[in-house]
Design a protein around this ligand. Structure first.
Ligand SMILES: [Zn+2]
Length: 279
């Protein structure tokens, strides 16, 4: 499931395709994904220009010169492909933007959204409605934002008896982190996934805040450098999960101490950790 680094990689890959370019045509293959798609989606996008792209948590926000924002939610299985020629669409390709060429370049560009399980979504709404949008309202701070700090993390977790692993997945407390990077950040900070969130204070909060930023930045860097322009020959945007220390590594040696990595289930999600290094 795409987490903050993968969504950031998608956003960065889409910038040259969408920013300052006009929508030539739109294909909408279904009336709904996870939820119904907006009314008149194709008509409202056609001939509009994307002014800039941003990201909030796990969502890409594509701002248009019409004053509206196109929100892309990749859900569990959503992926985006990019082409310089018109592609054949498959069964699970639900949405396509055909972008007019940039001035001075002859080629149109195509962005295709594929989502076999259809847990993803596309929405289109007024820019002024961003803060109240149902997916964005009440979302916690951006871990890669300027305001993020150990003090902010400590305040978000204060008084919480839930395990810190669950708190990291709670988008109302901190945005964008999913199961993979929650496990990795806890390992890097030497904190047990079972520890109560409310006990993450002082030095522990410092270590965890630093580990979150380090883990997410490393993953974005991998996504950004592993493939030129992020785009593979088949149009897929290349995000790879690399350099994982504990996630999915149950029974393998801990990279720090060589004890075997353990796994437990917390709120239905697998946690991977080293019981010697993480307390
Ligand atoms: Zn260890």
């Amino acid at each position: 499931m795409p987490e903050l680094p993968e969504v950031e990689t998608v956003k960065q890959a889409l910038i040259p395709v969408l920013e300052n370019r006009r929508v030539f045509s739109v294909f909408v293959g279904r009336k709904n994904l996870r939820w119904p798609l907006p009314e008149n989606l194709a008509k409202r996008l056609t001939n509009k220009v994307f002014t800039h792209l941003t990201r909030r948590g796990k969502y890409v926000l594509m701002h248009l010169d019409s004053g509206e924002v196109l929100l892309l939610h990749l859900g569990m299985s959503g992926s985006v492909r990019i082409y310089q020629h018109k592609p054949e669409l498959g069964q699970h390709d639900h949405f396509m933007l055909e972008m007019a060429p940039q001035i001075g370049s002859g080629s149109r560009s195509y962005m295709v959204l594929n989502d076999p399980r259809r847990f993803g979504w596309i929405d289109l709404f007024a820019e002024s409605a961003i803060l109240g949008h149902k997916l964005l309202v009440g979302m916690g701070p951006e871990p890669l934002g300027n305001k993020f700090s150990a003090a902010l993390l400590e305040a978000a977790f204060k008084g919480r008896s839930a395990p810190v692993k669950n708190a990291l997945l709670n988008q109302a407390l901190i945005a964008g982190i999913g199961n993979i990077y929650a496990n990795e950040a806890l390992f890097l900070s030497g904190i047990s996934p079972r520890r109560k969130a409310g006990t993450i204070t002082g030095g522990r909060a410092d270590r965890l805040a630093t580990a979150i930023v380090t883990t997410l930045r490393a993953a974005i860097e991998d996504g950004g450098t592993s493939l030129r322009d992020h785009v593979q020959p088949g149009g897929e945007i290349g995000y790879f999960v690399q350099r994982l220390a504990v996630y999915g590594q149950a029974g393998k040696p801990c990279p720090k101490c060589s004890s075997l990595i353990k796994t437990i289930v917390q709120s239905g999600r697998s946690s991977f950790y080293c019981s010697r290094c993480q307390r």
